[in-house]
Design a protein around this ligand. Sequence first.
Ligand code: GLN
Length: 334
Amino acid sequence: MLNKSFKLLIGLLIVFSFSSLLAADLTKEQINQVLQEAYTKYKGDVGGKNADYIKALDIVDPDIFGITMVDKNGNVYEIGNTKQLVSIQSISKVFTAALVMSEKGSKFVQEKIGVNATGAAFNSIIAIEQHGGSASNPFVNAGAIQSTSWVSAKDSQERWRKISANMSAYAGRNLKLNKDVYDSEVNDNKRNQAISKLLDAYGRMGSDPLEATTVYTKQCSMNVSSHDLAVMASTIANHGVNPVTKSRVIAAKYTPKIMAIMATAGLYDNAGDWLYDTGAPAKSGVGGGIIAIVPGEFGIAVVSPPLDTYGNSVRAQLAIKYIINKLHLNPYAQ
Ligand code: GLN
């Protein structure tokens, strides 16, 4: 009898000490301490360069550096310029693909857009040709313009209203358009227009290709901060319920699918290296933001405009890698 309870006690102790290593058991002090370390370590890093193929992005302050983490209970941890707004750019692709998934199902996204890596740059045209007229996934420009076109809407206005309301629900506040970025990009998006026409020729678009490209450009021009992005990421981490507003934004059955595409293609042709280093599904944007997800636990976001040659923020990658490894948050290590 005594022997039995002794074994039970040992068992409980083992379970308890193991679970104390898990993310949920981190203290607020530990998290804040590691954010502070990441901020101090990388604040002076001068690697990378602002995107300049969109003129309005070239003039954004390269020193902006904000780090935010939101846990599954809606607690916020942050440091730096966390309220500073930048355009969301490609991170918007995650939320519009999620909207299409909600409306049309995960099979539709897999079959009509694809969920495989391209191994090519985010704006590649040759990748479409090499893959038989397919975008391959919703996180390269081709697949993202396709997602925008597949949002059910009677016209362009309704498509935009739905896409912006959807992103706002993930952020838990009404996101606003960055008019300067939109004006500069909408006159400069010839390559995306060409991509949309090519996809249309392959029968892959759900609406007029140029109309979809304009709405896509607008969704990329939404203003967000690292704070907003972390709330958005934490909604995916938290099985589709925004942990701050407590509203359900997407069915729980879709969040693993979204994270799978983020793991495969979130950092484009550098996604493999990223996953190898962090294990975390993530998505970058040329505005300088990156979101990363610790499933069931945290959304992490960093904003810092200078990018590497893949179009991924240099400081954001460094900071998120540091945080994930220092706090033992790599999902494959749990
Ligand atoms: N709006 C940008 C484009 O279409 C988004 C690219 C990105 O963030 N990778 O080129």
